[in-house]
Design a protein around this ligand. Structure first.
Ligand code: GTQ
Length: 293
């Protein structure tokens, strides 16, 4: 996809595109539907140095998983959030967001949205807005230590989305600490959560990071939600039923629900790190979540 995305950068000025995205559309759903699964939209977005993707807000929830490049940032609800490889940035429903780039090489990220579901519900709309005023400080700094929360005068923030940026360095360190602490643990996985409540970071789609130890093969329990796998670091194989995908860094693949999935680290020397998006929060809320051992 990378050469195609860079070609899109040559052909399409950002002023015309507003967002320059190649959509990872599942032909099984119909290419024009622009969906990877029933509830998941995936896109690879390119921002070139100096470009500006103007402010808007919309009802579908989005996250960005940064794939490559330095110097870009997203401003969400007045918080200027740096984008570095592997970072997860939330742009939850209704919050203003815009993207800028002060670096000198292309920046690419994976957009994950619950757009297909919100569109199906006839609840999808979007509003353009003026450039945001940036507030001082970064939300992620105050939630950077597990187990302690900012509690001015004993009060919680009670924000629906208190944390908007999950730096990769911290998620990666948490996975390595977990793997070192529990050598027999099979699924070395951490979930992206609301740090105030411990609930899923967003209401519809769930996000996690998983580490495969060198040479490890991990068979996932068969579950009802569809899943997306994006390789942040290393080399992996994703076996979905009878189809296998060899993932290199920055590759993405999907698995439908109710399907056996086996993950293998293709390196016997180095760990592999995957970002996973799934429809589990939605399935649980609707009462259709199933796990089959
Ligand atoms: O960056 O705001 O891939 O609004 C689709 C819709 C990205 C964005 C997408 C969006 C955006």
């Amino acid at each position: 996809m990378r050469p195609l995305l860079l070609r899109a950068g040559e052909l399409t000025p950002i002023e015309k595109a507003e967002r320059r995205v190649l959509v990872l559309a599942n032909p099984g759903h119909g290419l024009d539907k622009m969906q990877a699964s029933a509830a998941i939209y995936l896109g690879m977005q390119l921002l070139l140095p100096g470009e500006w993707a103007p402010s808007h807000r919309h009802t579908p929830n989005a996250v960005r998983m940064i794939v490559e490049g330095d110097g870009a940032y997203t401003t969400v609800d007045g918080e200027k959030l740096p984008m570095q490889r592997g970072d997860l940035i939330l742009t939850p429903t209704g919050l203003w967001h815009e993207h800028g780039h002060d670096g000198n090489a292309p920046v690419v990220w994976l957009d994950v949205l619950d757009l297909p579901l919100v569109h199906y519900l006839e609840a999808s709309y979007h509003v353009d807005g003026p450039r945001q005023q940036v507030r001082p400080g970064h939300g992620d700094a105050v939630y950077a230590r597990g187990g302690v929360l900012p509690t001015p005068m004993g009060e919680r923030s009670n924000k629906a989305y208190p944390l908007l940026r999950y730096p990769w360095g911290q998620a990666r360190a948490a996975l390595q600490a977990l793997a070192a602490d529990q050598p027999d643990l099979q699924a070395v996985q951490v979930r992206y959560v609301n740090p105030e409540t411990g609930a899923d970071a967003q209401n519809i789609l769930g996000y996690s990071a998983l580490m495969l130890r060198p040479g490890q093969t991990l068979t996932l329990p068969v579950r009802s939600p569809a899943m997306v796998f994006h390789l942040i670091e290393g080399a992996a194989r994703v076996q979905v039923d009878d189809q296998g995908f060899a993932l290199a860094e920055a590759d993405t693949c999907c698995a439908p629900g109710y399907t056996p999935v086996t993950l293998t680290n293709r390196s016997t020397d180095l760990p592999a790190f995957l970002f996973i998006a799934d429809e589990a929060p939605l399935h649980r809320k609707l009462g259709v979540f199933e796990i089959r051992g």
